[in-house]
Design a protein around this ligand. Structure first.
Ligand code: FES
Ligand SMILES: [Fe+2]
Length: 360
């Protein structure tokens, strides 16, 4: 039994809902090859993308009613992954099945459970309601990143990089030099709160908010394992009321006279060194119009492209020498808290799996 580098008993974002239809979709998640399609009634299905006959990828097959027929010799599988038909014979051999996965469609995404199906409770899907709640404008997309998913978490949990990577878009030096930062460790996550008080707004904010003087700027960054990072960022004059910190809760409404954005990240490992990165922006700036939603998305998208380059360059140097030494700085408190919790959760899960296997 090999140890998994990934948490298995968690929901992962598998696809944007719009990506899954009656054509099979192949996608690898945490090194598991999976095929997605929809039943006739529209509900999503996920089964192993490897025929149990001669290992043809089932994603090359054809959806027939609610079932999937293999392209090679026609074995047909139901949405649970059981083989229900073998051409030319009246019986199905014992053990003719592939792995079936619990899947749920929610908040415009398809979610999958890789671990013990008995533990798959849809109530534990992270809250991304901003993508489909009334009164909100949102747009999202998916990127394939040639980088370890943890590099993306590191990036989001330490926004001091805005001053450098994003100087031309959402950053300025105040973000690195003058931020008051607190890191909250929770039983199942980490929140980094940053306030930059009484400073000039960066170019994007100045344009969007029409600010003429200094503002108080906040960044509430909430991580839940494995790869869910929800950010509430914004600026408003006097939002911290002269204190080093204003509010610290992700759920807070934007203060009057300010602008606020929800930057929503759903980060799913494809392998140890590649990632499906689902990423979106949501806002409730009135009036919420498709044009405004698109404009906000495009503005932040520019910034995202600057990060993407960083991830892939980091991964290239890691691949060259994975053991090369690194140092930590104060700004790493958030990313380090996430990595420590993630490491502990993975070790706990592997230990539980080992015990269960030993008891069998
Ligand atoms: S490999 Fe799928 S039916 Fe033979
Ligand atoms: Fe960034």
């Amino acid at each position: 039994m090999t140890e998994s580098p990934f948490l298995k008993n968690r929901w992962y974002t598998a696809a944007m809902a719009s990506e899954v239809d009656r054509q099979p979709l192949a996608r690898t998640i945490c090194n598991e090859p999976i095929v997605f399609y929809r039943r006739e009634n529209g509900t999503p299905v996920a089964i192993e993308d490897r025929c149990c006959h001669r290992r043809m990828p089932l994603s090359r097959g054809t959806v027939m009613g609610d079932n999937l027929r293999c392209h090679y010799h026609g074995l047909t599988f139901n949405p649970s992954g059981d083989c229900v038909y073998v051409p030319g014979q009246t019986t199905v051999p014992p053990g003719a099945r592939v792995k079936g996965y619990p899947v749920v469609e929610r908040h415009t995404f398809i979610w999958i459970w890789l671990g013990d199906p008995a533990l798959a409770d849809p109530a534990t899907i992270p809250d991304y309601r901003w993508f489909d709640a009334p009164g909100w404008g949102a747009k999202s997309t998916r990127f394939h990143v040639r980088g370890d998913y943890r590099l993306i978490i590191d990036n989001l949990m330490d926004l001091s990089h805005l001053a450098y990577v994003h100087q031309s878009t959402i950053g300025n030096y105040a973000v690195a030099e003058n931020a008051n930062t607190r890191v909250f460790r929770h039983a199942d996550g980490v929140t980094v709160v940053r306030w930059i008080v009484d400073q000039a707004p960066p170019p994007t904010y100045a344009r969007a908010g029409g600010f003429t003087g200094n503002v108080d700027r906040w960044q509430i960054i909430d991580w839940k394992p494995p790869g869910y990072v929800r950010l509430f960022t914004g600026a408003a004059p006097g939002a911290a009321a002269g204190q080093p910190f204003g509010f610290t809760e992700l759920e807070t409404d934007t203060p009057t006279g300010g602008i606020g954005l929800r930057n929503l990240n759903l980060i799913t490992p494809e392998s140890e060194t590649t990632t499906h990165y689902f990423w979106g922006q949501a806002h409730d700036v009135k009036p919420v119009t498709a044009e405004r939603t698109e404009a906000i998305f495009q503005e932040i998208y520019k910034a995202f492209m600057q990060d993407w380059e960083v991830f892939e360059l980091q991964q290239t140097t890691i691949d060259r020498d994975p053991a090369s030494p690194t140092v930590d700085i104060n700004a790493d408190a958030g990313p380090i808290a996430c990595r420590q919790l993630l490491e502990r959760l993975v070790a706990d899960e592997n230990r539980t799996t080992r015990r269960a296997v030993a008891a069998e």
